[in-house]
Design a protein around this ligand. Sequence first.
Ligand code: NBP
Length: 506
Amino acid sequence: MSGPVARLAGLKVGPAQSEPSGDFGLIGLAVMGQNLILNAADHGFTVVAFNRTVSKVDRFLENEAKGKSVVGAHSIEEFCAKLKKPRRMMLLVMAGPAVDDFIEKLLPHIDAGDIIIDGGNSHYPDSNRRTKYLAEKGIRFVGTGVSGGEEGARYGPSLMPGGNEEAWPYIKDIFQSIAAKSDGEPCCDWVGDEGAGHYVKMVHNGIEYGDMQLICEAYDIMKRGLGMSYAEMGDVFAEWNKGVLDSFLIEITRDVLRFNDDDGKPLVEKILDAAGQKGTGKWTAINALDLGMPVTLIGEAVFARCLSSIKDERTRASKLLSGPTPKFTGDKATFLKNLEQGLYASKIISYAQGFMLMQTAAKQYGWKLNKPSIALMWRGGCIIRSVFLKDITSAYRQNPDLENLLFNDFFNKAIHTAQPGWRDVIAFAVQSGIPMPAFSTALAFFDGYRTKDLPANLLQAQRDYFGAHTFQIKPEYANDKFKVGAYTHVNWTGRGGNVSASTYNA
Ligand code: NBP
């Protein structure tokens, strides 16, 4: 034990240790931690490994890590003693109290200037809190999003670090070495302050919910609307994977649709249609509501999972509630082209909404957000990786202050090109009684967003009528009674006097 933190804690300094050799320490030897350690070792770093259940350390060293530059630790004290200073220590444990427990256990054994990184799926307010708490103790905290699952951790994840920026120069080499690469660029850069890294990872997961739901809706309309076989649908996804939709999720959908069970029947057909969720999509939707941002596609994707999960009730409803029977009479090839364009357009809306949310959050929470890097970080190593993200990176590189993705020339043109087919697909779905909530909400958002005068004037009048909530006048109608920017209440019924207006401070 050494250093001001240990001394502050009033703890005894122990016997001298041999010269530490560890470049990087990792706590948490489950699937993510083990793979990230092997990845870092492959990139020339000596990694010190520790785990709550200490027996897993030796098991790991004797098996997966055998012959690699990995050093085991059997206590927190030994873990800290084996790391070069400033210590770079990453936690990859279950998000929640386990992270705080480990932070408290580390504190007596580390020095001011050391770096604690949380790579779990922590909620961003926890990372805000931990950044501030540790900064008061002279410790630099980093909350980093890690995406790409087991395979990503082993061969190159997308890494989204945020927190105390002073830590970045010390961890940049490790992070950018082990991260996925896209066109030779690491899918990792500094995201922003406090919980910004975990925030961006949360939005990434929300967008992932949206992308998956859009793909499921395309599958449903092909299957039930067009009556296509699994083999045919697999071929469509294979074709789409060569165009604007080229992405990991389209690729795995192709493989899933082509995968047959032992009896030769598609396995996916046999899987219970009740979706699970771990909560990051819900966090994104809740945050969007809190910030007043219309992130409708992610919201619909979360609700679609909720609707799917009430399978028993839906089964009863299916016997009581009827709708139209799909009858497709058009040209199949044209419809499939339209479907591809509709999926592309809906995806553009989803990412535009995601960036609107991140932009608002940065303003609200006082973070500096590195927008061009966000799309770059998602280009490789993560579940939503796609060719499409290259165009988003270019859009934000051309103009980091871009107000909305739809204002960029490339995306503006793309959405207008897709628009007619997108509408045809949704119209057919509505006529056929096949739900396409994510496609439809994307189009509704597009139509609302491009509308200068929405019917919210009537809504404001209703609110003022029943609750005296006041309203503002459109500038072109301003006069002595209704001043620009002023909040006015009107006596709508005239009961108790003439129709009158009372004006409040703007
Ligand atoms: P898990 O999320 O399953 O966590 C297992 C690790 O947490 C083990 O090291 C376990 O120690 C430790 N742990 C638990 Br559980 N409770 C603890 C406690 N109260 N105190 C201390 N340690 C505790 O592992 P994972 O799937 O590798 O994920 C690690 C983190 O990375 C999570 O936050 C996860 O959400 C995130 N993540 C996972 C993926 C993925 O694809 N799996 C992707 C991206 C991010 P033990 O061995 O002693 O039980």
